[in-house]
Design a binder for this molecule. Structure first.
Ligand code: HEM
Length: 266
């Protein structure tokens, strides 16, 4: 596995990444500006009114929509981070992608997931449709709204924070401690899935059900693949160790044959 210090990208690649991010930002600006221009030219209502209607800002449920969308994004990013971690560990992309890039990308996916879940949670504090208090957001199982499943979401958030924090504490942790904490990602993924599925308003929708099904099956498939790769790697190492031990024994026997049998002196 790579250390954080080893995972820095070369300057050219960093510049390319920055360029692509900037291009994406400019493209989004163009789309938004184009959309606003289109709205202005196709309707006689004032722009502010149109934006209010478009994003349902005049509805009681406006923030409820935002929190739901952010929750779904958070779930998808946690899923992608787990899937990416399994792909990196199984070395599937090694022929095409640099490990430095894949490792950094994995870390950034976790950070993005935390960003969206933070939005998901903070918005609940201002939402008027289903109001939450600070305590109900910080402590599991005390909310009035689907307490068990919301509680699982809160625990999942803490686990996700812990796992992401260990990316930065890695130099101070033993390899075993890092690995054990990192394996909690599986628990976080399952928690996020159960929380979303059973607390979510959108879960009965066919499209959302299919998203949960597809993401879950992809994690199961890649976990099985990763375990097979791990076992094959371990067997290979054991065989190498056995070969090395046999070589040593053979060397010793050859030396003994050269020096001949020892004669005992009375
Ligand atoms: C890693 C952590 C979390 C993830 C990935 C996550 C994700 C999700 C998802 C996918 C939904 C379903 C959205 C929908 O179907 O519309 C949802 C719903 C919900 N989550 Fe979270 N969540 C997390 C943590 C939390 C926390 C800490 C709270 C704090 C109270 C919370 C409160 C809620 C509530 C109240 C709903 C119901 C909203 C609705 O009706 O859809 N979640 N969450």
């Amino acid at each position: 596995m790579l250390n954080r210090s080893e995972s820095k990208l070369p300057a050219a690649q960093t510049a390319l990444n920055a360029g692509l991010t900037l291009a994406l930002f400019v493209a989004v600006l163009f789309v938004v500006a184009g959309g606003l221009f289109f709205m202005k030219t196709t309707s006689s209502a004032p722009l502010a009114e149109q934006i209010k209607t478009l994003f349902a800002l005049d509805s009681l449920q406006a923030w409820w929509y935002v929190t739901r969308a952010a929750g779904l994004m958070g779930y998808l990013l946690i899923w992608l981070s787990v899937v990416w971690g399994l792909v990196v560990s199984s070395k599937i992309f090694d022929p095409w992608l640099e490990r430095m890039f894949t490792f950094d990308f994995h870390e950034h996916l976790s950070l993005l997931a935390i960003g969206f879940v933070a939005l998901h949670v903070v918005v609940l504090l201002v939402d008027q449709f289903q109001p939450f208090t600070l305590e109900q957001i910080l402590f599991p199982f005390i909310s009035t709204y689907r307490p068990i499943w919301v509680g699982i979401g809160i625990i999942t958030f803490y686990v996700t924070l812990l796992v992401t924090l260990t990316f930065y504490l890695r130099p101070r942790l033993s390899a075993r401690a890092f690995r054990v904490i990192h394996y909690l990602s599986f628990l976080a993924y399952l928690g996020a899935g159960l929380h979303g599925l059973f607390a979510g308003t959108d879960s009965p929708l066919m499209a959302v059900e299919l998203v949960y099904l597809f993401t879950f099956l992809s994690v199961v498939f890649l976990t099985v693949y990763w375990l097979i790769v791990l076992m094959a790697r371990r067997r290979e190492e054991e065989e190498k160790e056995l070969q090395a031990a046999l070589e040593k024994i053979r060397d010793r026997q050859k030396k003994r044959q050269k020096t001949g049998p020892r004669t005992s002196q009375a």
